[in-house]
Design a protein around this ligand. Structure first.
Ligand code: HEC
Length: 126
């Protein structure tokens, strides 16, 4: 009985991860190249320093405002966002459309594939 339950929950988990497949097919290697656009403002190493923007180590799955000691805008802190594929996709498309008064002055990545790739890269930072 326990086994059947286990198999069922594995199946459910597989179904859940499949349903978000539209975000899951990014290429982290290409994403690392796309990330060059972000490097002027963000470090990615564990414990890395802040630049204009916060360090982005382990950002996927974290809550908005995840870096201690970085002075975020009030707007971002009040957003209550968690950085998953969907919120990151919206953020990277047009930061100001998601959080109107953010201080991330980045116009956005217009191409869907660029965003998917850079998100795949961000997922490797853990
Ligand atoms: C011109 C500098 C700049 C560039 C370029 C930039 N960012 Fe940012 N980023 C910021 C700033 C500033 C913040 C803090 C925003 C706030 O507090 O409102 C931020 C915040 C973030 C956050 C939220 C971090 C947290 O702890 O909640 C993510 C995720 C992020 N940036 C990803 C990216 C990615 C990926 C790129 C490249 C595609 C990028 N940024 C390009 C300046 C920049």
């Amino acid at each position: 009985m326990k086994r059947i339950f286990l198999m069922l929950s594995v199946a459910v988990m597989a179904a859940v991860s499949l349903s978000s497949a539209s975000f899951a097919d990014g290429d982290a290697v290409k994403g690392k190249k796309v990330f060059k656009k972000c490097k002027a403002c963000h470090t990615v190493d564990q414990g890395g320093r802040k630049l204009i923007g916060p360090n982005l180590f382990a950002i996927v799955g974290a809550n908005a405002g995840h870096m201690e000691g970085y002075k975020y805008s009030k707007a971002l802190l009040a957003s209550g966002l968690t950085w998953d594929e969907a919120t990151l996709d919206a953020w990277l498309k047009k930061p100001r459309a998601l959080v109107k008064k953010t201080k991330m002055t980045f116009s956005g990545l217009k191409k869907d594939t660029q965003r998917a790739n850079v998100i795949a890269y961000l997922k490797t930072l853990k």
